[in-house]
Design a binder for this molecule. Structure first.
Ligand code: PLP
Length: 792
């Protein structure tokens, strides 16, 4: 049977026999699931072959432990990597459907908050593309990140239901489960410590294959779901106490019910600590089980397994691995600590003090009594080895998870050059002095399969026509288009692809957001979590000042701009929600202003997620990366934009520094204070007042907000924002405003020479190949994991 016919046959079989649907009764979701199952079938053989090759060769495996995997939709990824795009499109067409409609029917798996979770998803795909044996471990949240809508401009959260429909990608592994305990006490038995938990839940495994580019290799994403040890209490049920009978089940399942909608404040939640221990403990048991099935000597663990902790969320892995090796397998404590240290590695993602996890000793002792005792032993051992008293794992009654992760790691990495330097100078200054070899840098990256090939088919086709497809898994090859920037015909084609992407986005904005925009205007985009350090309020202040300037001179030659915002605020982050309300309120006034709206519009589509990012980024001219210097660890949104030919207006923060070096300072709009200047500026007590006093535009923009220009005359509505900006202004919005305005006017001027702009955009694409997550993963493999690719 020809390939296309075989594929069609498989699809129809799944529709009929797996879903039990007749073609004439199938809706688009039925077709989508049948297609997913037909595609999934094609992943299984490479998946098994990969596992077999790893086992037979006795190869080292990488274990990536992450509380979040922001994977988004999976069908297109799988179709593209398996080379089935044309076959799938033709098959759907023959059946009277469009593949793009079917792809768009898939709900986003939003098992993460933002950059940290998306990084984990890009890494899994790169590990499979490279052919490095790996397992991603995380939590199978019943409800991922909340759905965002706006009511009268304010954020409304509603639960997200990605598991409502069949999740076609996973295999339930009923044979793989572990008991995970909490609480109880510790007793001595025959010289051993035995932890006797008083609560136990079952961690049940669900596997999703992750196939790499060209389908040669597939790794596993294993997510744990919490189940009760006893389903329900029959005695109570028989007495008619139905709700009470289901209680054990409800309690156990609570652990994997929801994703915490905030990764940047330590909420000190007991349930969150349970989630962290739950998935970490299950993953470690699974890792030791697999090791034990292939090898004998546990001291060899570091040779066969490299465990990466994505931030401190799984940092309890340190004491838990020591407990498993020492208490349960009889290794000496000293050897257990050393073995764990040689196996574990830790990625730091933030320097924000409020985001560094700390757990109270009391809660630790209550939920994890044995671990608390081991943390003290680890602390003692560290003090003995390094008699400096400057570092303690426990401080003011709190266990410091960053320090614990550091002390228990072979390598600790930052996620951009600047962030790694700042780690050495600030949070881990003392530990770095004791362990000068431990900290390394691995600048983040993004997978080009999703963020260029799939998201931007027009650009991909253009690239393929000129340099083939080698760039897809060797992104440095994009350099080969650099000489073509001088080719006017190529520049025009590049410009036409961008123009078509913008026209497509304009249609979508008209249909879904009820606003009309000119595709020839500059599309200026800031999409990311809403946070004060990311400074969406700096952006909207500039919009207000620009609106006022246009009013002053309505006949001047303004460069038309469409400012697009996207992003969710953590439900408990009041100030971030005020920023959302301000943006929507400003949008309402500006978009209906007959004088200015042809030059300036503000649009904020709700519910920013991976799929919306894929839609917006290829249509962007200007990427806003305007965090207070020293606060954004790396950013990965900035990388997706540069690759897709958006120019950046940005500060010297995170990976912006490296992006600017790559693309050339003349192709990047830099503004603002450096991280060092930020520290100095904060020492000036009235820095905000000084900045406002020195810039009438800024003063006027703030006055407009204060006087109620965006709140129907009400002066209180945005008082919290205005008071903050003119008072403490910790994130230095006012102090950076003047230079931001200057940079934005440079952007305007540059955009007016469309051909010169396109040249700069092309150079951004041509020079951004280094930003591939394949490069990042190769760095981890060489510097941290000492793991090799295995080719089948
Ligand atoms: C890439 C991405 C992020 C990270 O964006 P930053 O600008 O680096 O903060 C967050 N959310 C989604 C959905 C993404 O795709």
């Amino acid at each position: 049977m020809p390939a296309a016919a075989a594929f069609r046959d498989s699809l129809l079989r799944h529709l009929t026999y797996s879903l039990g649907k007749a073609p004439e009764n199938a809706d688009i979701t039925d077709w989508r699931i049948a297609l997913s199952l037909a595609v999934r079938d094609r992943m299984v053989d490479p998946w098994f072959a990969s596992a077999r090759a790893t086992q037979e060769g006795g190869h080292k495996r990488v274990y990536y432990l992450s509380m979040e995997f922001l994977i988004g939709r999976l069908l297109e990824d799988a179709v593209v990597n398996l080379g089935l795009l044309d076959v799938a499109a033709d098959t759907m067409h023959e059946l009277g459907l469009s593949l793009s409609d079917v792809l768009a029917d898939e709900p986003d798996a939003a098992l993460g908050n933002g950059g940290l979770g998306r990084l984990a998803a890009c890494f899994l795909e790169s590990l499979s593309t490279i052919g490095c044996p790996a397992v991603g471990y995380g939590i199978r949240y019943e409800h991922g990140l909340f759905k965002q809508s706006f009511r009268d401009g304010r954020q409304i959260e509603s639960p997200e239901d990605w598991l409502q429909q069949d999740h076609a990608w996973e295999f339930e592994r009923s044979g793989v489960s572990f008991d995970v305990g909490f609480g109880g006490d510790v007793v001595e038995r025959g010289g051993h410590c035995v932890w006797r938990p008083d609560e136990t839940v079952i961690a049940a495994a669900y596997d999703t294959p992750v196939v790499g580019w060209r389908g040669n290799w597939a790794n596993t994403l294993r997510l744990w779901s919490a189940k009760p040890t006893t389903i329900f209490d029959l005695a109570r049920f028989n007495r008619g106490e139905y709700a009470a009978a289901a209680e054990p089940e409800t309690l156990a399942r609570t652990i994997t019910r929801v994703l915490y909608p905030d990764d940047s404040t330590d909420e000190g939640k007991r349930l969150r600590l349970k989630q962290e221990f739950f998935f970490t403990a299950a993953s470690l048991r699974d890792i030791l089980r697999r090791f034990g099935s292939e090898f004998d000597d546990l001291k060899q663990l570091p040779k066969k397994a490299a465990i990466q902790l994505n931030d401190t969320h799984p940092a309890i892995a340190g004491p838990e691995l020591v407990r498993l090796l020492h208490d349960e397998r009889g290794m000496s404590l000293d050897c257990a600590i050393k073995t764990a240290q040689a196996t574990l590695n830790y990625t730091n993602h933030t320097l924000l003090p409020e985001a560094l996890e700390r757990w109270s000793e009391g809660l630790m002792r209550e939920l994890l009594p044995r671990h608390m005792a081991l943390i003290e032993r680890i602390d003692d051992a560290h003090h003995q080895a390094y008699p400096s008293r400057t570092v303690s794992l426990v401080e003011n009654g709190d266990v410091k998870m960053g320090e614990l992760a550091f002390v228990m790691a072979n390598r600790v990495n930052g996620v951009s050059a600047l962030h790694t330097d700042l780690m050495k100078q600030t949070v881990f200054k003392d530990l770095h002095a004791l362990h000068p070899e431990r900290i390394v840098n691995e600048t983040n990256g993004v997978t080009p399969r999703r963020w260029v090939l799939s998201a931007n088919p027009r650009l991909s086709t253009l690239l393929a026509g000129r340099i083939g497809l080698g760039w897809v898994d060797d992104l440095q090859q994009l350099e080969r288009i650099e000489p073509m920037v001088d080719d006017k015909a190529f520049r025009d084609q590049y410009a036409a692809a961008k123009r078509a992407n913008k026209a497509g986005l304009s249609d979508w904005l008209r249909d879904t957001q009820d606003v009309s925009v000119d595709p020839d205007a500059m599309f200026d985009v800031q999409i990311k979590r809403i946070h004060e350090y990311k400074r969406q309020h700096l952006n909207i202040l500039e919009a207000i000042a620009l609106w006022q300037a246009i009013h002053d001179q309505p006949n001047a030659d303004w460069t038309p701009r469409v400012k697009i915002f996207g992003g969710k605020a953590a439900p408990g982050y009041v100030f971030a929600k005020e920023i959302i309300y301000l943006i929507n309120s400003v949008a309402k006034v500006l978009n209906s202003d007959p004088v200015t709206s042809k030059f300036l519009k503000v649009i904020y589509p709700p519910n920013y997620n991976v799929s919306l990012a894929e839609q917006l980024i290829p249509a962007t001219d200007l990427s806003e990366q305007i965090s207070t210097a020293g606060k954004e660890a790396s950013g990965t949104g900035n990388m997706k934009f540069a690759l897709n030919g958006a120019l950046t207006v940005g500060t010297l923060d995170g990976a912006n520094v490296e992006i600017r070096d790559l693309v050339g300072p003349e192709n990047f709009f830099l503004f603002g204070m450096t991280a060092q200047e930020v520290v100095e500026r904060r020492m000036i007590e009235d820095h905000a007042a000084q900045a406002i006093g020195a810039d009438t535009r800024l003063a006027r923009a703030l006055d407009a907000i204060r006087s109620g220009a965006f709140s129907g005359g009400d002066r209180d509505t945005f008082a919290s924002i205005v008071d903050n900006l003119s008072g403490p202004d910790y994130f230095l919005v006012c102090s950076d405003f003047t230079d931001y305005w200057r940079a934005q006017r440079d952007v305007d001027a540059a955009f007016r020479d469309r051909d010169a702009w396109m040249r700069m955009a092309m150079l951004n694409t041509a020079r951004s190949g280094w930003l591939s997550s394949d490069r990042t993963i190769r760095g981890y493999m060489a510097d941290i994991w000492k793991a090799d690719a295995v080719h089948t």
